[in-house]
Each structure stands twice: as C-alpha cells, then as structure tokens.
Write a protein of this length. Structure first.
Length: 128
C-alpha cells in the first residue's frame, strides 16, 4: 500500500506544480525537489529491509562481506546517480543530468574492479 500513497502524493504535487509553474516556476521546482526528498525518505525503511536480507543471505552462503558490500555500493551508486539525474532533468538541466549519469557509470566501473579481478582470477585457475 505504500506505493499507492507515494503515487497519490506524486499526483497531488504534480497538479500543484503544474498550476504554480505558470506564475512562480521557482516555487514549482522547490515543490518538486521537496517531493523527491520525501519519497526518498519514505523508501529508506524498505531499502534497509532489503539490505538486511542480502546480508543474512550472504552470511548463510558464506560470501565475503567485502564482495557483498561492494555490490551493494554499486547498486546504491546506480540508484543515487539516476535519482540525481532525474531531479536535474526535472529542473531543465539535461546537460548536468548527463554528467551525473556519466560520473555514476565511472564510479560503478571503479567499484567493480575487485569483483572483476576475482572473476578473472577464478577463470584463470580453472584453465589447466
């Protein structure tokens, strides 16, 4: 039911933003940014639940916390970069949004290096 609340709030703020945008575009932008922050705060509890589940599964599967943390950081970077880019696009700054996405992709590649090295090392050990 949380998604219905989020969608409802989103529709209300969208309508308000459309009405306000004609007269005061800066207030409409602030309203949109505030909604973005509220939605982010509403989903934090859900994200925490998922993170705890992943940690429990990794512990049961005997996977190193280092690799799990790296994967979770990569996922976090991807989501946060997308979120930031969408906010910039909403503000009419498509060029900045593109730069945020590029930075996110580079950060993901940098964070993935230890996992790539582990996979390549495993493959090399399997080859006689």
């Amino acid at each position: 039911m949380d998604i219905i609340q989020i969608i409802g709030i989103g529709f209300v703020v969208t309508l308000l933003s459309l009405i306000i945008r004609r007269e005061r575009p800066e207030i409409a932008l602030q309203l949109t940014l505030a909604l973005s922050a509220i939605i982010f705060l509403l989903i934090l509890a859900k994200i925490n639940t998922v993170l705890n589940l992943f940690r429990d599964l990794a512990e049961k599967a005997n996977i190193s916390q280092l690799y799990l943390n790296t994967i979770l950081k990569i996922i976090g970077i991807a989501y946060i970069a997308e979120f930031g880019a969408q906010v910039c696009r909403d503000a009419g700054e498509g060029a900045i949004a593109g730069k945020i996405e590029l930075a996110g992709k580079v950060m993901v590649m940098v964070m993935a290096i230890p996992i790539i090295v582990l996979v390549l090392d495993t493959v090399v050990r399997l080859i006689p």
